[in-house]
Design a binder for this molecule. Structure first.
Ligand code: SF4
Length: 503
């Protein structure tokens, strides 16, 4: 019996932690198990060929919103090519609707719902002794005499019982290393799958220190904690941050998703000692509209969050990324603009605009009728419209998102954009809206633009404003030159100057 654990990651630098856990729970068994990861950008034929050549009896695939459609296509072809090949799926995309999914996809033999380690271990243990009775495996959905059967869900394992996933696998130096010190989230945001988990389970501190110590010893580039709200227990988070600061190898960066309003004075005291580049924080703000927060049961007050974001930015040693979600209940286009301005004003390094996805299993999807949510049929089930945002509003926000990414998040335009926002007497949102209108009216969105060309485009935009704001383009040009000198190397600046400002 040859088993493959596989998935299609969204980028080469990503890797799949769930598969590593599955591998580690059966690594010491007698079974022949391989782990091979591909990406959604790999040629279809290449992935198909690699799996066919492997001669696997059982192919286990980890499914998410970003890969499910490609996985369906790939596995349908593989099953045609080798009808004896069995397919076992797992992951959030198949966990919440497994019976229907199997009805719609006849090539699927098994689905493991929820956390996969224990059921996969049980399944493999049975296989190892030649027992193929699927009724013995918890969380399993399978076919039996033309019917689809769902076995009960097992009690969630104590986290410390799970092996360190890098015990049996090489740490890939060129990839982001994912690590999990806790599972579940204490909060109940209705659009989020993590809100469905009833408890938060965590590894003991000693174990976390040992695991981190190993990753530091391996000099990996980035460790990304996938804990849903890393600092839900302030003391524990402070202890881990302190440990990392004390053991810092000068190379590794650690990424955490945190709750911004839960940073206390101890946290700031500890974090202030971190090397610049050691930590990167992702702080979900989502909206500044209190009615929206209430409607999605997100119990948070955004003022302390933004206060703490500013404080982190003032410290200057931690990279901070904040998120907004367009499409929450009671958030219309104008209210979204206000949320944008408030959050932008906190000055984080990155402001990411996300668009609500009505994920399978979430409460917001079950309650979609209440606000007349329309969303796309296929993953990632992105919002089309609701009672508060029209489909055109969302298209306009996508345009803003695009220019925000180019002119704010990637950096290099701060002086000039700040000046233009003030000179044009616009709010930040109003400015990016105006810039987006210009960018799309010139059809720049159709092609990739080098950094140099982005300077030329925004300069052209400033020239467009001359009629109303005399002298704006000259001042903008000077500031753009200073921004450029700071972010581009000398050769690029020389190349830019040879070609000039015309585009
Ligand atoms: S959105 Fe964040 S805080 Fe809310 S339930 Fe999900 S993980 Fe927890």
């Amino acid at each position: 019996m040859k088993i493959l654990l596989t998935t299609l990651n969204s980028k080469y630098v990503h890797s799949n932690l769930a598969l590593k856990y599955l591998y580690s729970v059966v690594a010491e068994s007698q079974l022949d198990v391989e782990l091979k990861e591909f990406t959604i950008n790999n040629e279809k034929d290449y992935v198909y060929g690699e799996i066919m050549r492997g001669g696997y009896d059982l192919v286990c695939v980890s499914c998410y919103i970003w890969n499910i459609e490609q996985i369906k296509e790939l596995c349908t072809d593989l099953k045609k090519a080798d009808p004896h090949m069995k397919f076992m799926l797992g992951g959030p995309e198949v966990s919440y609707d497994s019976t229907n999914f199997m009805k719609e996809n006849p090539w699927v033999d098994y689905i493991i719902r929820g956390e996969g380690e224990y059921p996969f271990f049980q399944f493999c243990k049975c296989l190892a002794v030649g027992n193929t009775d699927p009724s013995l495996v918890s969380n399993l959905t399978y076919r039996l005499k033309g019917n689809i059967v769902e076995n009960p869900i097992a009690t969630l394992p104590v986290m410390d019982k799970l092996p360190f996933p890098y015990n049996f696998l090489e740490v890939e130096q060129d990839k982001v290393i994912y690590y999990e010190s806790s599972r579940g989230c204490p909060f109940r945001c209705s659009y989020c799958l993590s809100s469905l988990e009833v408890t938060v389970r965590r590894l003991p501190l000693e174990r976390v220190r040992r695991d981190i110590g190993y990753l530091l010893y391996k000099d990996v580039k980035q460790v990304k904690f996938v804990d849903r709200t890393f600092n839900y227990d302030r003391q524990r988070a402070n202890d881990i941050w302190k440990y990392i600061i004390d053991k810092d190898n000068g190379k590794t960066n650690f990424h955490f998703e945190i709750c911004g309003d839960m940073l206390d004075s101890d946290a700031f005291r500890i974090l202030s000692k971190a090397r610049k580049g050691l930590f990167q924080f992702e702080i979900g703000v989502q909206t500044a509209n209190p009615y929206s927060l209430q409607a999605v049961e997100r119990e948070t007050d955004i003022n302390p969050i933004l206060y703490n974001v500013r404080k982190l930015m003032d410290m200057g040693n931690i990279h901070v990324h904040v998120d907004l979600i367009a499409g929450l209940p009671y958030e219309d286009y104008k209210s979204f603009g206000r949320s944008f301005d408030k959050v932008y004003g906190a000055g984080a390094d990155n402001l990411q605009l996300g668009f609500l996805k009505l994920l399978k299993g979430t409460r917001i999807r079950q309650e979609a009728g209440e606000y007349h949510y329309k969303f796309r049929n296929k993953a990632p089930y992105e919002l089309i419209s609701n009672d508060f945002m029209s489909s055109l509003d969302l298209v306009k926000l996508k345009m803003v998102e695009n220019v925000l990414e180019l002119y704010h998040n990637r950096g290099g335009f701060d002086r000039a954009t700040e000046y233009m926002i003030e000179r044009m007497e616009l709010t930040p949102f109003g400015f990016y809206e105006r810039l987006a209108d210009f960018y799309y009216s010139k059809d720049y969105q159709h092609a990739y633009h080098s950094k140099e060309d982005l300077y030329r485009i925004i300069y052209k935009f400033s020239m467009r404003q001359e009629a109303r704001f005399s002298g704006i383009s000259l001042a903008a040009k000077e500031l753009l030159e200073r921004d450029m000198a700071e972010t581009m190397n000398e050769d690029s600046v020389k190349r830019f100057n040879r070609k000039g400002w015309n585009i």
